[in-house]
Structures are given as structure tokens and as C-alpha cells.
Ligand binder design. Structure first.
Ligand code: HSE
Length: 357
């Protein structure tokens, strides 16, 4: 199979390098900006890729919504399958992209969008075929988990640890997306939409780790607790609630012990119960491996198509109730109510959803 890889950053470079050892998949083109086209197969005009009938599948390893979203649209319109690691582009409007797929035509694969190497997208789709998934939550960002873990264990400063996360290839090109929760926002949108078979809203409470200090971590530790940045959603029939927020865990919990760039997802299923998935959530080779597994699945003929979203979901923030801490004060209410209060106070906010008590 001949493929084109759009983007030659941390993930794109790893995909190209790992595929050098795979005789069944040949990288024919790499889309790169003109000043970085240093190899024969590098092109800066995507139309060269779309016009080549020998390219059946395009790998999108670009960052950010644009121009990735438009390039995915164009690839699908030209009948090419899309394997993407770009959560921002997909979360922008997954439904619109699925509408460009067809039963016997191109499809979308997106394992590398959530949780780096962890096969959570595939499991969510599989489990949702035999169960109703009633909640999904998880540590979905390697950079922020790395920062919280290293700050806690090594007593190092936030900025210093962030630089290390960038050097290790965990952070986004603009690390604000990691720190302020926007990367988790994209992932929880995608994962929830796949778990619940419908497109969820983009308008819900999102918090990051920017207000978490060493002092806060120490005072939580004194009570046997810690905090992790989580993407969360819950669902009841066709209603759901969703958010991104630091969540308080007992130090003995599995989530509290997720180290470095690792992620952990939980899918709450009616028959299977809670299914947890764990692995490296960021980094070039782990994420590229998820892209390559998707390419193998392209060869098998699976993938997300337009019929996948068969549920009209209704956003109901009342479903996500719990307790929290705003600054040092204990509060209770829905995530949406408490997030309004925390924003007005511009204070540290951590939440404990009732379903996790
Ligand atoms: N910046 C992301 C993270 C990369 O740290 O999790 C993987 O999506």
C-alpha cells in the first residue's frame, strides 16, 4: 500500500521512520513546507498527493485545526482514506468529516488522536457495540500528567518540567493547549462521541493545571489525596454531560499512580463493567505505532463511516454533579455551576464527581 504522510513533526517523523521497516506500506510522499523539503519524496503542494491515483490512504500528522481539517475534507472528497493523529481537526467537526465518507468508499481511522499508543478508540467502538457506555473518563494528556508527577515526586518547578516535556516530544507545538486543558477537551469530545455514537457539544467547562502549585499538591498529599487532570463524560440514555477538570483522587487509587507521560482511560459499560486502558499517552514512537496499527486496519477494511453516528445526543449538565474545592473552600453542585463560581473567583478548582466517590 502506498501512503502519503502530511506533516513531519514528532509523530509524522516517527511514522516515516517506523514504516521503513514495513515492506507492506510504502511512504510515497511527505507533505512539508517548501523551505523544509529536503528529500525527494517531500512535496509542499497537497494536490500532488490528491491527484495521485496510487495513493489510497493519507496519514494526517499535522497539528491544529487548520489546514488539517480542510486537507482531510479534500482527501476524503478525492476518495482517499484518512488515518489521523490530529484530535483538534477531528474534534472541530467529526460529523462533517464522517459525512464525506461512504459505505464502499473512503473512511476515517483515528486511534492516535486519543491516548497516544493506547487502543482506546478501537475499544470504545467495540465495547459500545455490546454495551451501553455510561461514562468515560481518564488522564488524557501526557504533558500535564508528566508535569504533575515530576513536580510532586522531584519537587521541581512547573516551567522547568514543561521544558523537559517539550524536549521529550510530549507537548503540543503550543503547550498552552496542554496546560489549559484544550488538548484534553478535543480528546474527550472525540472519545465521548465514539462511546455514545453521536457528536457531542464543544461548549462545556474546561480547566487546566495552570493554577496547581507545589503548595496545593503538598497540602492535598497531607490528606492522602492528589489531583489529576481528567476528561470526563457521563451519559444517561440520549443525555450526557462533559467536562475537563482537575479531579481529586486518593493516593492509593490507580489514577493517582499513573506516572510520567502515561495516560489511563476508563470506559464504564453496562455488561462489562469498568474497563481501564493504560499506556504511553504521548511521544513520537508510541503515537506513531497507533497510526501504523490504523494503517493495518485500513488494509483489513474497517474504519469510521457516516453511519457510525446514529444517536441524537442532548447536553444535560445536570448529570455531572459532585463536590469540589474552590481555592480552599469545599463546595457542591454540578460541574457547570461550580466552574462558573471558580471562573468568577479566578481560583484553583478541583472536582470530585459523584459517580467516582
Ligand atoms: N500533547 C499531547 C499530550 C500529545 O501531552 O498528551 C498526545 O496527544
Amino acid at each position: 500500500m502506498n501512503v502519503a504522510v502530511m506533516g513531519h513533526g514528532t509523530v509524522g517523523r516517527s511514522v516515516v521512520r517506523l514504516l521503513e521497516n514495513d515492506p507492506s506500506i510504502c511512504v510515497k510522499y511527505i507533505l512539508e513546507i517548501p523551505e523544509k523539503c529536503t528529500e525527494e519524496k517531500m512535496v509542499s503542494d497537497p494536490e500532488i498527493i490528491f491527484a495521485d491515483a496510487g495513493i489510497e490512504t493519507v496519514v494526517d500528522a499535522l497539528p491544529g485545526v487548520h489546514p488539517s481539517f480542510e486537507l482531510i475534507q479534500r482527501a476524503l472528497s478525492c476518495g482517499k482514506n484518512v488515518v489521523t493523529s490530529n484530535k483538534a481537526a477531528l474534534a472541530n467537526d467529526f460529523r462533517a468529516l464522517l459525512d464525506l465518507t461512504s459505505e464502499n468508499g473512503p473512511k476515517i481511522w483515528c486511534e492516535a488522536t486519543c491516548g497516544g499508543t493506547i487502543p482506546v478508540i478501537k475499544e470504545a467502538a467495540s465495547l459500545s457495540g455490546t454495551n451501553e457506555i455510561t461514562h468515560c473518563y481518564g488522564i488524557m494528556n501526557g504533558t500535564t500528567n508528566f508535569i504533575l508527577d515530576v513536580m510532586k515526586k522531584e519537587g521541581r518547578e512547573f516551567t522547568d518540567v514543561l521544558l523537559e516535556a517539550q524536549r521529550l516530544g510530549y507537548a503540543e507545538a503550543d503547550p498552552t493547549a496542554d496546560i489549559c486543558g484544550f488538548d484534553v477537551k478535543n480528546k474527550v469530545i472525540l472519545l465521548s462521541s465514539i462511546c455514545y455514537h453521536g457528536m457531542v457539544t464543544k461548549d462545556f467547562p474546561v480547566f487546566g493545571i495552570e493554577k496547581i502549585s507545589k503548595e496545593i499538591l503538598d497540602s492535598l498529599a497531607a490528606e492522602g489525596k492528589t489531583v489529576k487532570l481528567l476528561g470526563i463524560s457521563v451519559r444517561k440514555e440520549n443525555r450526557y454531560a462533559i467536562g475537563v477538570v482537575p479531579v481529586i483522587f486518593d493516593v492509593s487509587s490507580l489514577e493517582a499512580n499513573v506516572p510520567r507521560n502515561f495516560n489511563m482511560f476508563t470506559l464504564g459499560c453496562t455488561n462489562a463493567g469498568d474497563v481501564k486502558l493504560y499506556g504511553q499517552g504521548a511521544g513520537g514512537d508510541p503515537t506513531a505505532d497507533a497510526v501504523i496499527r490504523d494503517l493495518k486496519d485500513v488494509q483489513e477494511g474497517s474504519g469510521f463511516g457516516r453511519s457510525y453516528f446514529d444517536c441524537d445526543l442532548v447536553y444535560d449538565p445536570g448529570l455531572l454533579k459532585g463536590e469540589g474545592i474552590i481555592d480552599k473552600e469545599k463546595v457542591s453542585g454540578t460541574l457547570e455551576e461550580l466552574s462558573g463560581l471558580a471562573c468568577r473567583k479566578n481560583a484553583f478548582f478541583a472536582f470530585l464527581p459523584d459517580f467516582l466517590k
